[in-house]
Design a protein around this ligand. Structure first.
Ligand SMILES: Nc1ncnc2c1ncn2[C@@H]1O[C@H](COP(=O)(O)OP(=O)(O)OP(=O)(O)O)[C@@H](O)[C@H]1O
Length: 360
């Protein structure tokens, strides 16, 4: 079986030229990221069959939803769609809202109790939507989409209408979906922090086109793409827990070519955790640095470098003496870069001030 989501949509939407093409694995979460108006929503609408471009191909695990000869109408596509605003039926209880889409696609889907547990809404089932908070409403909307037993979940900025506190309340539930369900999710966002936390793969868009797609960390550390040179540059790495130091409240996590120490509670050795390493949290040194409060000092090699603004350099590092391990991006001043005579393939010690645990 072809386990990919393959799309190509080319055509004018009003005066906007959409020319988007990508192929990503039909598993995990794929983030679709790009500036406002670059065509992210249009791509989701084309996949859902809500928008039709004449030159379009959409194949989900080999099943054709659109090509030159075929266009499966929207109601025949097994998708769940979650929008920015949860559009619940005001006159129906949470349970009736949840069950609204269920049964359309036949048996074999998840059970209401299972989904309610997963989304932390089991205690809300008898409520009316008007008595829910924004975050609760959005979780019900996600639950309703899941109960229709979709083959693909489309989420269009599902958190952007929520305040910061509510966002962080919902994110763990979305991470939970990722771990529990085998459902591929396409997740549109213009907030890199959400993408860093949730996505396994990334589709980067600009002006109606896909400028890159691939595993998230590969795109974050690609010197040819805008992410590595941005002021928010960071990499998200999926690390393996190798030890928990209970006395000091620290976790030791391993990625290719290095180990990180980060504050954390007990975790099963061998389990996976996502960490985020921000480019601005890395400083570089040519020799082993002396004792300091920084817990993480990792040997690495400079793989490439590019200008980041007028006075800074974005350097892509490969962990390990040979530089063959996981990639990081460091952002340093041009002055330090020159003073230390740093250059591509230089051996360095990366001192990492903060390593954030992102997916428990
Ligand atoms: N059916 C349509 N007819 C005319 N113009 C359209 C149509 N659909 C989309 N557009 C235009 O295409 C462009 C891309 O819109 P789209 O909503 O896909 O972008 P986006 O990346 O999702 O933006 P945002 O992040 O602001 O939601 C916009 O300029 C929009 O006005």
């Amino acid at each position: 079986m072809i386990e990919n989501i393959e799309v190509r949509f080319r055509g004018l939407l009003g005066r906007f030229m959409l020319d988007a093409e990508f192929s990503v694995p039909a598993r995990g979460i794929t983030g679709i990221f790009g500036p406002s108006g670059c065509g992210k929503t249009s791509v989701l609408r084309c996949i859902a069959g809500l928008q039709r471009v004449p030159d379009g191909v959409c194949r989900i695990e080999g099943e054709v939803w659109q090509d030159a000869n075929r266009f499966v109408p929207v109601h025949r596509r097994p998708i769940g769609y979650v929008f920015q605003e949860a559009s619940l039926f005001p006159h129906l209880s949470v349970t009736r809202n949840l069950l609204f889409g269920a049964g359309k696609t036949g048996a074999g889907g998840p059970e209401l109790a299972e989904i309610a547990d997963l989304l932390g809404i089991a205690h809300l089932l008898d409520r009316a939507p008007r008595n829910l908070s924004g975050g609760e409403r959005q979780r019900v909307a996600v639950g309703r989409a899941l109960l229709s037993n979709p083959r693909l979940l489309l989420m269009d900025e599902p958190l952007s209408a929520l305040d910061r506190a509510t966002k962080s309340e919902i994110l763990p539930f979305l991470e939970g979906l990722h771990e529990t369900l085998r459902l591929p999710i396409l997740y549109v966002s213009h907030d890199m922090a959400e993408i860093e936390r949730l996505a396994d793969h990334l589709v980067l868009m600009e002006n109606g086109r896909v400028i890159a797609s691939g595993p998230l960390a590969d795109l974050q550390s690609d010197p040819g793409l805008p992410l590595a040179a941005s002021s928010e540059a960071a990499v998200s790495l999926d690390a393996r827990v190798v030890a928990h130091d209970a006395e000091n409240g620290l976790l030791v996590l391993e990625v290719d070519g290095g180990r990180f120490i980060t504050p954390g509670t007990a975790a099963v050795v061998g389990s996976r955790k996502r960490i985020r390493v921000g480019a601005g949290d890395i400083s570089l040194s040519r020799q082993v640095p002396g004792p300091s409060t920084i817990l993480n000092v990792l040997p690495a090699r400079v793989l490439s470098s590019s200008a980041a603004g007028e006075h800074e350099v974005a350097a892509v590092l490969g962990l390990g003496l040979d530089g063959a391990g996981a990639r990081l991006v460091a952002r340093v001043t041009r002055k330090s870069w020159t003073d230390l005579a740093l250059a591509d393939s230089a051996e360095v010690f990366a001192q990492i001030k903060g390593v954030a645990l992102r997916r428990a």
